[in-house]
Every structure is written in C-alpha cells, then in structure tokens.
Design a protein around this ligand. Structure first.
Ligand code: C5P
Length: 289
C-alpha cells in the first residue's frame, strides 16, 4: 500500500463579477482569486484492495462517490487509463464547508496534484486543470494554487501579481449559501455596480494594500445582504478593528477583511469570535521555490 499526503489551500475572491447565464447552464464570471494558508490535509491510501472510500472529519460533507475528492480521483484514473487497486481518501477538514472558500474544490485539486506526482507527472499542469474542470468550476484554480484572474466558468486562468504581505480574517455567519440559488437570484435582479478588475490588477502590481482593500467587491453580496443584515454588522466590525477592506468570498456566506497589521487582525478575529461567530486567521499561500 502507498500513502500520499497533500495540503489543500482555501481561496478568496478579491473580486467576483457574474455575467449572463450561458447555454450550458453556467455563468460567465470574472474574478481575481488568491490562495491562502487556511488548509485541509488530504491523505490518500492507494492499493488498499478494498472498494473506494472517501471520508472527512466534517459530518456535513458527503462521503463516498458524492465527495469532490472522490470524483477527482475517478476523473484522474479515467483520464490516465489506470486502476490503483483500491483507494481510500481521508480529509482532515479545517476549511469550513459551504462558505465560498473553495474547500471541496481545494480537496479535489489536492487529490489531482498528489496522484499526478505519484504517477511521475503524467499530466501537464494544463491537462490536470482540464481534468479538474470535470469536477467543478473552481477546481482548475485550486490545481494551480496561485493568484489569478479567472474567467469563463472559472477555468480560464491568467496569472496576476501576488498579494502583498497581509493578514486575512474570515468570519462565518450562521447560515450557508446555496450557490445555484444565488446565481438564479442574480439572474433576476439588476446588478447596480460591478468590480473594477483593471483597478484591482493595477493595485496588485503596485502592491498597494490600501487600494486593494478599496477594490474588494463581490456581486454576490447583492444577492445576500438584503436578507442577512448581519453581514453588514460583520463588515462594520472588521472595519472598526482596522480592516483595509472587506468583502464576501465566492457565493458566500463567509465574509473577510484584509489587514496590514497582525495585532489588528488578531483582535478582529477574537472580538467576532466573542460575539458568537466562527473566525479564521490566515495569510497568503506562497509556493515554496
Ligand atoms: O462548477 P460547480 O459544480 O462548482 O458549480 C455549481 C453550480 O454553480 C452550477 O451547477 C451552477 O448552477 C453554478 N455556477 C454557475 N456559473 C459558474 C460556476 C457555477 O452558474 N461559472
């Protein structure tokens, strides 16, 4: 039996714009995305001689063939035309599910990266991203795990300047968001304003954290803020603690703030925890070279 281990990093959408519904049922999106240090640990046992299994430490996440990591392994071996003779995936979860942090996609991407490395990099990065897209729209970004502008369904990735050093405080409101429903809600409303990706990319080039904070913008907030005023309170609390900007990630419901200063970030995290929210503190994930 062989055991592989891989970290699965969460993502944040610094901007997220949603365009029209396409014929294939997906929407055109445009999003500046970054990987952060909040991560799950994915362990894969190969050659177990047993039926395939996938399980996690979070009871709210599907196990077995409905799990995205399981689907990723299936897609990988189908593309490779190989059979591992039994496989078990165990995921130690730290990324909350249903929050827009891309946890399931990150786990799927970690499986693809680990299996590909084990098979002597059988697939190029681009090929691996294409396999990832069969599993979910955010999986190609998670396979690449580097700051990008994502377009199309989320699979057209253009590298962008990395974020300057900073701290992120993520706050999980007491409800989860159902992604397809929120896309439908956006289809049925007029979106009053859109993110300015060009300005965001320029701010990244300059490493201007203050301006990056000003440019954070996610149109999914329009679909959620009205029904969930607590999101305003979370944003206000983060700003009062010194956040340079706040936004929602993905289709929510997790809100985040960016901070230049660790002490301010830690205080924000603690004070929101004290009023009953689950909070997470992270920095930028950077590939070791
Ligand atoms: O690709 P994924 O399975 O993560 O997408 C989940 C759902 O989110 C899709 O079924 C679709 O309703 C919606 N979606 C979309 N446009 C995108 C990505 C996702 O409409 N670009």
């Amino acid at each position: 039996m062989t055991t592989l281990e891989e970290k699965a990093y969460a993502k944040l959408n610094l901007t997220l714009d949603v365009g029209p519904l396409r014929e294939d049922g997906y929407h055109e999106i445009s999003s500046v995305m970054v990987p952060i240090t909040l991560c799950d640990t994915v362990t894969i046992h190969l050659g177990t001689g047993e039926p395939w299994q996938a399980r996690t430490t979070d009871d709210s996440i599907p196990t077995g063939r409905k799990n995205l990591a399981y689907k990723a392994a299936k897609a990988f071996y189908a593309a490779a035309g190989a059979d591992p003779d039994g496989l078990t995936i165990e995921i130690e979860k730290h990324i909350p599910a249903g929050g827009g942090l891309g946890g399931g996609s990150a786990d799927a991407a970690a499986v693809l990266r680990a299996l590909n490395r084990h098979m002597g990099c059988r697939f190029s990065g681009e090929e691996l991203e294409r396999i990832g897209l069969e599993v979910g729209s955010d999986v190609p970004f998670c396979v690449r795990c580097a700051p990008c502008l994502a377009e199309g369904r989320g699979e057209r990735l253009m590298p962008v300047h990395p974020m300057p050093d900073c701290y992120y405080v993520m706050v999980r409101p007491n409800f989860s968001a159902a992604t397809p429903e929120l896309y439908r809600k956006l289809d049925n409303m007029r979106i009053p304003a859109h993110p300015k990706n060009r300005e965001m990319l320029h701010a990244l080039e300059l490493g201007d954290l203050r301006e990056i904070g000003c440019q954070l913008f996610n149109v999914f907030e329009y679909a959620l803020l009205q029904d969930h005023p607590e999101l305003f309170q979370i944003e206000n609390a983060l700003e009062n603690c010194g956040a340079l900007g706040t936004s929602m990630t993905g289709s929510g419901s997790v809100m985040f703030g960016i901070f230049e200063n660790f002490d301010f970030a830690a205080t924000a995290s603690m004070s929101l925890m004290q009023v009953g929210y689950q909070t997470f503190l992270a920095t930028n994930f950077r590939e070791e070279v």
